[in-house]
Design a protein around this ligand. Sequence first.
Ligand SMILES: *Cc1c(COP(=O)(O)O)cnc(C)c1O
Length: 430
Amino acid sequence: MNYYSLNKKAPNTSFKDAVIKGLAPDKGLYFPESITPLPQSFFENIDDLSHSEIAFEAIKQFVSPEIPEDILKTIVEETLSFEFPVVKLSESISTLELFHGPTMAFKDVGARFMARCLGYFNKNNDREVTVLVATSGDTGGAVANGFLGVKGVNVVILYPSGKVSDIQEKQLTTLGHNIKALEVNGTFDDCQAMVKTAFLDDKLTSKMQLTSANSINVARWLPQLFYFMFAYKQLHNQHKNIVFSVPSGNFGNICAGMMAQQLGLPIHHFIASNNANNVVTRYLISRLYEPKPSVQTISNAMDVGAPSNFIRIQEIYENNYEELRENLSSYSYSDDETREAMLEIFNNFKYVADPHGAVGYLGCKEYLEENPDSHCVFLETAHPTKFLDVVEDVIKEKQPLPEQIQSVMGKDKKSFKISTYDELKSFLLA
Ligand SMILES: *Cc1c(COP(=O)(O)O)cnc(C)c1O
């Protein structure tokens, strides 16, 4: 598959180059040249397919011929070595739990898939690739874990000192080997600005191959379309219209769901559930797209003022506002509403949701008021103990720490403190 830049000022390129570059030379996001729907029989027989088989069929066209089929089979099997259960809360609402991976964030799947693709492309290459990533919390851990031990790939993670949770900090600073954590004296925006400067620094990029591991990278973005297929497999026998409510920040996950729909998956409608960072909610009402600086909320992985993947959504709908509106609703909720939803889910269904999932739940409820015959699935994007303070404060109950979290808590943090871009640059060149 070839990919083109959405800025349309760079040459089309292969999957391999798109993964290694991350962003096109004209700074545009890459998008596949074509999307061929899967045969009807694939969806009719989905009950007979394993998760790996579903994923293999779904992603094949996007990565071939650069990744041979036997290698791709191994990559998806290794990527998907954990569960993706749907938990039914009521006749009309279910949740798809995406937090059973090694760092208990849904980003594990994209990070693991991308790491294996890059490892494959780089295995006979003497030029190392450096993955440079800024994190406000969950991306860093998933990327660190996914790339640990991948030959020919170094990972450098920038995180804002004192602004990620203890668990998140342990997940990114304790692995060692090819993973380095830089503790930045500043905010997440400062970290992101340094990463951007590095990508634009010709002196640096002429000396080393830098790539990103955010959802702008096609190898991290596309595998997220698997989730929607796994949920469909578990729910299609109910014979109701299936609707997904996706707690959204950079809109990579929901955009991947729309790719699954383009492949023919019978998804009736999407809901982009937002916290106070609601540029898309406002766009669908006013038709005006007005990004704003992000504001801090308790669902902090969605604190994004200018969602990077929205441009890919526009491309899927060929910039047709009416068509997009037909297929996408968007709602926005305050932190108070989110806390109330967490309590309601706990009291009514004996289920503990994290703040992001709770925002998704609210999206389902609002949509179902107008469309009571649908079945709405909200994505649980992180395990509730990753947001322990908020969760325990709301439901007034101690939560046991899962094994994945316990195993990092005892380890020693190793980070390197920096304050300026020059310090980052010296670190990278050393
Ligand atoms: C990253 C993240 C999101 C937002 O996903 P996008 O693909 O950026 O829209 C939601 N919830 C959690 C827990 C996340 O880590």
